[in-house]
Design a protein around this ligand. Structure first.
Ligand code: PEP
Ligand code: MG
Length: 568
């Protein structure tokens, strides 16, 4: 309990769970570097210290088995001593700037270089250097850099924004949960939080300015409630919520390893994964295969694309972990998942730009390398290949021909491989609208409700101010899902939902009632979703879908589904 008055704030629920603990506040902009006698020497000492600190964080991460976080930290340890940064700071100091201004100028200069990039190698380094510059500033300003890898007491992280790399590096044993001002529920930071199993609230306006390090904080990642200085009554309430959440997880555990059906129709529940750790969590949850392997996480936070062998190892590992299908999605870079070495000229609207499959003709060798790795890994394993962000049949046919050529090339070189089934994400409205015409061109559909919602509702999925418009159970989105499922049925191909809505018990119920074959969700949600499907009444499934489709608003659709399923 705390003496200070309780402050109640709200945000967008991003990852279910309840976290109560002291706050760690990450606010890189708050650091101001004082005037120093020898700024050049201070800068050089601070960058060496930060480099050592990053190296030690890298070792800790690797020792804990978090190899991907280790790779990011290792790259950043090198960047702390990068000549590009040192030169920019030295030039600003020579021009008479103080150290604080010199760091700001250097950062801005690197950002500008980044924006006007035409050299992919420098572009990749720029992003790392920007993050490392902020770390050096905090070190020089005496603002304690929270060592997210070495937090003594389990805590709640409060930040304006976290990058996908920051989030991937979090240790769930010490970070109980986090709240950020930026981000929407389907941003990739939220996706990683769910896969780590940490409670998260995003879009929490004002949280950073109102929280000081060490303040007691309570967050509920299922409701978005966020309390600073909770009273004893609030703590009791949150403890009860935590108990209820733990009880629901334990109850769902009875579905581990059990198949569920709605009436006669079996609904499989595979997992969404992005790393080896996730694959292991999916195996532990007895997920029915992998419905979405987001390969782009392998491409982020590095200076060039992963090699064919590195990719092959990961895909073969995922493929050999299951007897059910393992759906590997080719890289979906762009939007909120930029990789500087895979960017083209800066775009006004990256989510409406050259993203996902649209990027493959710009970087044909990167696509070829990935397809080779997937085709090689597909030997004797249930791997399927999935293309993201396609909008037209022409794109699909072109990419299929390209994949066939790559396969022919492997054959010509005597490389053993297998052609996997090829499917697409249905996440652009144009594809859902003509799904009947698209279906004969693919082996399966997987509905990406995260992007489908953003494009149907014209609401950027990372814009926390547009939450109201981002409900995937809005009847307009449901109508496109239903159209897609019906087209898949008529054309005899399988259809899944792999967006976040599949893990919402109401979403799981309505999609199962529509007749989807699979609901692909984060490993931790697998058994909770099975419980939701098992609880859905097959006799009223049809009428529930009709009524939800006829609703005027998302809230109305939700209450119709909730009334039919008895869910809260
Ligand atoms: C989606 O858009 O729903 C999806 C599953 O893909 P991602 O979230 O990676 O864009
Ligand atoms: Mg998507």
């Amino acid at each position: 309990m705390s003496e200070a008055p309780e402050i109640r704030l709200g945000g967008t629920p991003a990852s279910a769970g309840v976290a109560i603990g002291p706050a760690i506040v990450v606010d890189p902009q708050a650091a101001v570097v004082p005037d120093l006698a020898d700024p050049a020497a201070a800068f050089s000492e601070a960058s060496a210290a930060v480099s050592r600190q990053l190296e030690s964080l890298c070792e800790t991460a690797r020792a804990a088995g978090r190899s991907e976080a280790g790779d990011v930290l290792e790259a950043q340890a090198l960047m702390a001593q990068d000549p590009m940064l040192a030169d920019a700071v030295a030039t600003a100091l020579d021009g008479g700037a103080g150290l604080d201004a010199a760091l700001h100028q250097a950062r801005q200069q690197i950002e500008e270089l980044f924006a006007a990039i035409d050299d992919q190698y420098i572009a990749a380094r720029a992003q790392d250097v920007i993050e490392v510059t902020d770390r050096i500033r905090r070190s020089l300003a005496g603002v304690e850099v929270p060592d997210l890898e070495q937090i003594a007491e389990p805590s709640v992280l409060v930040a304006r924004a976290l990058t996908a790399a920051d989030t991937a590096a979090l240790d769930p044993a010490s970070v109980l949960g986090f709240a950020t001002e930026a981000g929407g529920p389907t941003s990739h930071v939220a996706i990683i939080a769910r896969s780590l199993g940490v409670a998260a609230v995003v879009g929490a306006a004002g949280i950073v300015d109102r929280t000081r390090a060490g303040d007691p904080v309570a967050i509920d990642g299922a409701t978005g409630d966020l309390i600073i200085h909770p009273t004893e009554a609030t703590l009791d309430d949150f403890a009860a919520r935590r108990e209820a959440f733990d009880a629901a997880v334990a109850a769902a555990d009875q579905f581990r390893g059990i198949s569920v059906a709605l009436g006669e129709h079996q609904v499989q529940v595979p997992a969404n994964v992005g790393s080896r750790d996730d694959v292991e969590s999916a195996v532990a949850a007895a997920a029915e295969g992998i419905g979405l392997l987001r390969t782009e996480f392998l491409f982020l936070d590095r200076s060039d694309a992963p090699s064919e062998d590195e990719q092959f190892d990961f895909y073969a590992f995922a493929g050999s972990s299951f007897s059910e299908p393992v759906v590997i999605r080719t890289f979906d870079i762009g939007g909120d998942k930029p990789a500087p070495y895979l960017s083209i000229a800066p775009e006004e609207n990256p989510f409406l730009g050259v993203r996902g499959a649209r990027l493959y003709s710009e970087f044909p060798e990167v696509f070829e390398t990935q397809v080779r790795a997937i085709l090689r890994a597909a030997i004797d394993s249930p791997i399927c290949l999935m293309l993201p962000m396609v909008s037209t049949v022409t794109e699909i046919d072109d990419l299929r021909s390209r994949i066939a050529e790559i396969s022919a090339g492997l054959t010509a070189s005597g490389v053993r491989h297998e052609m996997p089934p090829i499917g697409i994400m249905v996440e652009v409205p144009s594809v859902a609208l003509v799904a009947d015409a698209v279906a004969p061109h693919v082996d399966f559909f997987s509905i990406g409700t995260n992007d489908l919602t953003q494009y149907v509702m014209a609401a950027d999925r990372t814009n926390s101010g547009l939450d109201e418009l981002q409900d995937p159970l809005h009847p307009a989105v449901l109508a496109l899902c239903e159209r897609t499922v019906a087209a898949a049925r008529r054309n005899g191909i399988s259809v899944s939902v792999c967006g976040l809505a599949a893990a919402d018990p109401l979403g799981a119920a309505v999609f199962a009632a529509m007749g989807v074959d699979k609901l692909s969700v984060s490993p931790r949600a697998v058994n909770i979703v099975k419980a939701a499907v098992a609880a859905t009444d097959a006799s009223t499934a049809d009428s529930m879908v009709r009524a939800a489709l006829a609703a005027a608003t998302a809230d109305e659709a939700r209450s119709i589904i909730a009334d039919t399923t008895g869910s809260p």
